[in-house]
Design a protein around this ligand. Structure first.
Ligand code: GSH
Length: 217
């Protein structure tokens, strides 16, 4: 039986839950998913017991509770270093942490204007300038990684950074964002990562979407 649980919310909308879940899979952690709906007061009260920040994902493993995605990634990297969540080379590791941090604390315009919605498709979506600047910065981050580490993932092999940027790939597909060939290939690689494909399939099977949830949460 798994001695870990990961509390998550909607698979269709929750980009942070997707990241946390991919990190657990990447680390080879056996875990049970606890899915909570964030809509009603009773569930929110229950969630407070599971996650002190009210936010998901929240990992509980061998009595340790970790309620922030970046902290979950760091925890799992310490728990199983051989899983390669962080690169072994010190400079590459610092680079990886820097771009994960940039995703965690930035790209507000992209995240609010192009919320993750795995079931949706918006052909010829008009991207406003603020979000376009975020898209360009992400393109630069990715290009620098491909140049330095040779792909197909950001640091050559799968790492924490791919989990952090995976929801960006889904947004680029959902909102029909124009990308260069290397970024298109990277998005394709991420979407065909078996764990990612499994999450997307489960998201598509979720009950009908609620209109008011068509925002980042
Ligand atoms: N910084 C947090 C962000 C987590 C977050 O914002 N989670 C959203 C779901 S994607 C949430 O729990 N929202 C609670 C709510 O909307 O009530 C992390 O890295 O885990």
């Amino acid at each position: 039986m798994a001695n870990a649980t990961l509390t998550i919310s909607s698979k269709n909308y929750s980009s942070w839950c997707l990241r946390g879940w991919l990190l657990c899979r990447m680390a080879g952690l056996e875990f049970e998913e606890v899915e909570v709906s964030l809509e009603d007061a009773a569930t929110r009260a229950e969630l407070l017991l599971l996650s002190p920040s009210f936010l998901v994902p929240c990992l509980t493993h061998e009595g340790v509770r970790v309620w922030d995605t970046l902290a979950i990634g760091e925890y799992l990297a310490e728990w199983r270093p051989q899983a390669g969540l962080l690169p072994t080379d010190r400079a590459a590791r610092a680079h990886c942490r820097a771009i994960c941090g940039e995703m965690h604390s930035g790209f507000y315009n992209l995240r609010s204007a192009l919320p993750m919605n795995l079931k949706a498709r918006h052909p010829r979506f008009k991207v406003w300038a603020g979000a376009q600047a975020d898209i360009e910065r992400i393109g630069t981050i990715w290009r620098e990684c491909f140049r330095a580490y040779g792909g197909p993932y950001l640091f050559g092999a799968l790492s924490m950074a791919d989990a952090m940027y995976a929801p960006v790939c889904t947004r680029f597909l959902t909102y029909d964002v124009k990308l260069d060939a290397a970024a298109v290939a990277y998005c394709r690689t991420i979407m065909s990562w078996p764990a990612m494909a499994e999450w997307v399939e489960a998201a598509k099977a979720e009950p009908a979407e609620l209109e008011e949830l068509d925002v980042e949460f």
